[in-house]
Design a protein around this ligand. Structure first.
Ligand code: SF4
Length: 322
């Protein structure tokens, strides 16, 4: 095993005027080299905060506890300079509309080369060669001309490709992509997901794909973690999640997904109800109010995340006897 990231009892809290918000609670997760892992859940499930906290990118009122070991070094103990050196080089993160974070008055080529010069100390000709290489792998046409252009001359999909190129230019050990295709139209989404597939096939980078859409992880991720109310509720190899989801919430997410073998006009079943209030999490299972399979115990006792097999974990009282 070659572990890239290990989260141990990671817990994230926010102090707000209205009280404490429990964004992530006691998360344990390991990511191996070259592995692609999908983190799936609704908004507010803690999936993004987990990785923002690990990289020291939380809002000022956030507090992180536990450990986030990157190659054995605890990111939560690093100072700002150490984190700055690591981020953008060995660990990179891209966001839903990260094209907007490109510097508007700098040419694309200069921005990409600047990353290499800052992190790797490359000479300009070496940096340019690497930039051309990575832009080509992003299937950006007319590269020489594109490098001389400014961000506003690129479409949304093209800017997102540039951001992925920027995230990859230093050949990171870990790429964290937070809803990287959500703001894009369906065709561009498919193109970007194909780029991730190619990246997975041709590099040793580990990829974390954060998404609310289970469909995005199919055919790309090796393993899926489902989060609800700030906790992991299920973890399994991707094929097992689709073949036999164990947690009622995962089962609900799957029922929300369009399927090729269903008639086009079949209504998709949304999960009724709202995600839990993170300021007042219930005593029992956080999903109990929305769960069609809830039993009495679910309202009084929180289910423990159990190891169901060497590769599967889930937290639901119904699995206790399984
Ligand atoms: Fe549903 Fe109970 Fe399982 Fe929670 S513990 S998912 S409420 S059955």
């Amino acid at each position: 095993m070659d572990t890239v990231l290990e989260l141990e009892h990671l817990t994230v809290r926010f102090d707000t005027k209205a009280g404490n918000v429990s964004a992530v609670t006691d998360l344990n997760l390991t990511i191996q080299r070259g592995e692609c892992i999908g983190i799936v859940g609704e908004s507010g499930s803690g999936k993004s905060q987990t990785f923002l906290a690990s990289l020291g990118l939380l809002a000022g009122n956030g507090k992180t506890m536990g450990r986030a070991l990157f190659r054995g070094q605890d990111l939560l103990k690093m100072n700002r300079d150490e984190l700055d050196k690591l981020r953008g080089d060995r660990v990179t993160m891209i966001f839903q509309d990260s094209g907007t974070s490109l510097t508007p008055h700098m040419r694309i080529g200069e921005q990409l080369m600047e990353v290499l010069v800052a992190h790797k100390g490359h000479a300009p000709d070496v940096a340019r060669k690497r930039v051309l290489e990575v832009m080509e792998s992003m299937r950006i046409p007319d590269i020489e001309k594109r490098l001389t252009q400014y961000p506003h001359e690129f479409s949304g999909g093209m800017r997102q490709r540039v951001m992925i190129a920027m995230a990859l230019v230093c050949q990171p050990d870990l790429l964290i992509a937070d809803e990287p295709t959500t703001a894009l139209d369906v065709t561009v989404q498919a193109q970007i997901l194909n780029l991730f597939r190619a990246l997975k096939a041709h590099t040793k980078s580990s990829i974390v794909l954060i998404t609310h859409d289970l469909g995005v992880v199919a055919g790309l991720c090796d393993r899926v973690v489902v989060m609800y109310g700030g906790r992991m509720v299920e973890e399994a190899p991707v094929a097992d999640i689709f073949a036999s989801p164990k947690h009622p919430y995962t089962q609900g997410l799957l029922r929300c997904m369009p399927r090729l073998d269903q008639l086009l006009d079949t209504d998709l079943e949304a999960i009724p109800g709202q995600p839990p209030n993170l300021q007042k999490l219930p005593k029992g299972c956080a999903f109990a109010e929305r769960c069609t399979q809830a039993i009495e115990r679910c309202h009084t006792e929180r289910p423990i995340l159990r190891q169901l097999s060497p590769t599967r974990r889930a937290a639901c009282h119904l699995l206790d006897a399984a």
